[in-house]
Design a protein around this ligand. Structure first.
Ligand code: NAG
Length: 317
């Protein structure tokens, strides 16, 4: 980093229109607060309610935990910057954002694959579910997700950290990420851009296809044994598929289409930074009776309403 002359970067932001800025401010603030509260509530509920101590809910709590990170890497700065004329970020700040975006992205990908695997075992091999998805395997998945996330991010940063930056320092975006960041280095960056496209691009496209194929296998299995549980399984699966498409759609676009300098990618980035972490809790809880009951149980315990608590316990058994 010593060779760099550039010590800070300037964001152009999303738009200059005051009306759109106001709209984005209100919209992003509401979604940010809602997703922080929703995801914290899920983590708290799963950890504190022993009825939810099963692999599926542990993985869901891990996903919510990482969603807290997704919301916090880029959006608070984006919201604070909206009405600023001069939106700057230090060189370190910029590299830090890139680092955490990729750690969190890697963790999220592995967790989504683990959740698909969990549903595959539950639906296709129900008799072996408890032996395959043992507590050890769950912990292994959650450790693996962090290891993959850190490796994925470090490998890319290792190549970028020594790039010379001698200006210009203007990023047409509201956060730092590879394609635009690398373009600013004053050296031939063709190979680096390729490296990032291969690493991030293949990783996102690869996980997307693994997930879609595993869901197709599960759906075929569910349809073969058309039982009463199949509609419940399909509703769980459709929730998972929705989350996967919402998360991977924009990500695949960023890294496999880096030369597209349309404004579309900026608005897709808002979607991934603000809307996706909010939708996960909505999608997983609103359609999940067990989760809703557990949340009410946690609430009533906190409030000390023993009446409701008793009633809910009765309903469960
Ligand atoms: C993540 O998953 C592990 C393994 O099941 C679990 O022990 C841990 O409590 C989970 N973390 C959160 C934040 O829910």
């Amino acid at each position: 980093m010593n060779q760099s002359v550039v010590s800070e970067f300037v964001f152009l932001g999303l738009t200059n229109s005051w009306n759109i800025q106001l709209f984005l401010f209100v919209f992003s603030s509401i979604f940010y607060v809602a997703s922080m509260m929703g995801n914290s509530l899920i983590v708290f509920t799963v950890v504190s309610d022993s009825h939810l101590h099963s692999p599926m809910y542990f993985l869901l709590a891990n996903l919510s935990f990482i969603d807290l990170g997704i919301s916090s890497v880029t959006s608070p700065k984006m919201i604070c910057d909206l009405f600023r004329k001069h939106k700057v970020i230090s060189f370190r700040g910029c590299v830090t954002q890139i680092f955490f975006i990729h750690v969190i992205g890697g963790v999220e990908m592995v967790l989504l694959i683990a959740m698909a695997f969990d549903r595959y075992v539950a639906i296709c091999k129900p008799l072996h579910y408890l032996t395959i998805m043992s507590p050890r395997v769950c912990i292994l998945f959650s450790v693996a997700s962090w290891v993959v996330g850190f490796m994925h991010s470090l490998v890319q940063l290792a190549f970028v950290v020594n790039l010379p930056f001698c200006g210009p320092n203007v990023l047409d975006s509201f956060y730092c990420d590879f394609p635009r960041f690398i373009k600013l280095a004053c050296t031939d960056t063709y190979k680096l851009e390729l490296l990032v496209s291969i690493n991030s691009g293949f990783m996102s496209v690869g996980s997307f296809f693994i997930l879609i194929i595993s869901y197709i296998v599960i759906i075929f299995t569910v349809q073969k044994h058309s039982s009463s549980g199949s509609s419940k399984a399909l509703s769980t699966l459709s929730a998972h598929v929705t989350v996967v498409v919402l998360f991977f759609g924009p990500v695949m676009f960023f890294y496999t289409w880096p030369s597209s300098y349309t404004h579309l990618d900026k608005f897709l980035a808002i979607f991934d930074a603000i809307v996706t972490p909010f939708l996960n809790p909505v999608i997983y809880t609103l359609r999940n009776q067990e989760m809703k009951i557990a949340m009410m149980r946690v609430f009533s315990k906190l409030m000390g309403c023993r009446q409701i608590f008793k009633h809910l316990n009765f309903e469960q058994t």
